[in-house]
Each structure stands twice: as C-alpha cells, then as structure tokens.
Design a binder for this molecule. Sequence first.
Ligand SMILES: Nc1nc2c(c(=O)[nH]1)N[C@H]1C(S)=C(S)[C@@H](COP(=O)(O)O)O[C@H]1N2
Ligand SMILES: [Mo]
Length: 319
Amino acid sequence: MSDPTKSVPINSSEITPKDLYLSRRDFLKAMGIVTAGSLLAACAPKKPIQAANSTPAGLTVSQATDELGNALNSYDQITHYNNFYEFSTGKEEVATLSRDFKTSPWQVEVTGLVNKPAIFGLDDLTRLFPQEERIYRLRCVEAWSMVIPWQGFSLASLLKIVEPTSDAKYVRFETLLDTQQMPGANSPFYPWPYQEGLRLDEAYNDLVILATGLYGEALPPQDGAPIRLVVPWKYGFKSIKTIVKIELTADQPATLWSAIAPNEYGFYANVNPQVDHPRWSQSTERRIGELSRRETLMFNGYAGQVADLYTGMDLAANY
Ligand SMILES: Nc1nc2c(c(=O)[nH]1)N[C@H]1C(S)=C(S)[C@@H](COP(=O)(O)O)O[C@H]1N2
Ligand SMILES: [Mo]
C-alpha cells in the first residue's frame, strides 16, 4: 500500500483507480484535480431561483423548467411518490420506510472486463467528477412521469477511468441488498439484488448520469441515495438506485424486471409510445401533479440525442 501523502503524480493520467480508492481529500487537492473552490463553483446553480412550491426552504435550481418548457415537479412530489421495491411496493410509503437508511460509508465497485478495476469511495467519486445539474423527465413504465432536477456526473467519465477492455459490450449495475435495512427486500417474489444493464454505447451517451443529488441537496434515500443511475430516454426501471457494483460484461446482463416478466420488460426499455406494454397503452402518460394526460414522446423526448444508437434495430422486437 503506497502512502498517498508521499505520492505526487504529475498529471491526472497517472492516477490509478487504486490511488483513488486509497486517496483522501487532501491528496486529491494536492494533485490539483479538485479544490474546494472549484467544487463549490461546479455545484452552484448559475442563476439560483427558488424551487417550486412545497419544497423545503432554501432549495434552489438553475432553471424552472426542462428544455421543453415543462415545469419541474416539486421536491415533495419527487420524494413522496417513489418506486423502490427494496423498501416497499407502496409508492407513498417508501419515504418513511427508507428514512434511516445508512448511506455512509459507501463504496462502488467497478469490475469485470476492465483494465483497472477499482473500488471507489463515494467521496472520491463526487470529488473527482464535476457535479452538474441535469433536468430530466423520468417516465415510469406505469405511465406516469415527473420532471426532476438532478445533480450528478456522466457515467462515461467513470467508465473511461477504469478502461473497459475490447471484449466489454455491456454494463451491469447492482443495488445494495440489505434485508435488515430494506424491509421489502425480504419478499420472495423478486430475484434480488435489483440489477439493470445498458449496452456499452448507450452507457457512454452523454445523457446518462450517476446522480448523487436533487434540487441541490444530497439524494434522499427514497430516490436512490447515495448514488443512482439516470437514463432519461428509457423507462424509469432502468434508472437503478443505491448502486454498489458496476460490472463490464461481454454478454447482455440479466435484469430484475426482465427475469420476472420478459414479455413485459425488455432489456432496451426505450420509451416508445408505439410499443404498448402487454397490459396497457404507452401512448400517453400522467405527469404527476397534472389533471389531463400528455402524449408520450418517442425516446421520452430525447430522440435527437439517442435515436442513432438504434439505427437498423427493430424497436418492436427489441422493446
Ligand atoms: N434498486 C431499485 N432501483 C429502482 C427501482 C427499484 O424498485 N429498486 N424502481 C425503478 C422504477 S420502476 C422507477 S420508475 C424509478 C423511480 O425513481 P424515483 O422514485 O426516484 O422517481 O426507480 C427505478 N429504480
Ligand atoms: Mo417505474
């Protein structure tokens, strides 16, 4: 084990993931990667505005709408209507049941087909990668949606650091399984742990983030603290919460939902108003807080950034 205080790498390309795991805040600071000042600047909203109604005082975001002009959902809506089956299948009780969930210390193992497997402490991740605000729509397969101001960093920046090998074709994500803290995870009806996956080129798309906050605050447990995936052009179940492991694989990974019902929840799970769920239409959605339904947009409105990923694919077969 090297002493991080004695090691003084010359530039960031010499930093190995092992160093990151061993590192402390001062070490990173000394290397000039992150300074307290730059971190604050990166996190600070550019034009702070007061958040929507029924949010705790002091929450700020840089925009009141997403890029399509849709109003943000309130902090209260985002944190009291949650799908997180490890706690409960009841959306309105996840907040209460997850209140005391322990998110520190936390580590994320990045492993599999990579040259530099590593275990990152959460602090290392948030200090290494600039945290930025991303306002995204989240569209659940159950045909409701919200507009959520996340803070996070691009998944691609983390993947690049571990150097996927040429055999790596997919990324597999795994949620913590702790039946003591997560009452719902005692249910025998689900093949725990929750797992999800992306094709590697999807994972590198700039829209994909690992989120660590929302509305300028640390992520609350019900939304996947301390770190969760957000893939805004796919149904919400792809956006796996409370991640402990990321594995690069050659083969398409199993996912919890496709293991339970492969005909209902495919691997791709792209938001597609033309492909109905076997039990209901996906052509419209209910925005939480609104009375009338909205038309669901292809790729959840992100077609311009992601349609190229699926050129030549039959999206009805690859749902
Ligand atoms: N580990 C885990 N991740 C999960 C889920 C879950 O049950 N367990 N539910 C998914 C579903 S179906 C949706 S719609 C979103 C909901 O995210 P939110 O509660 O932050 O809005 O989380 C996804 N991530
Ligand atoms: Mo969902």
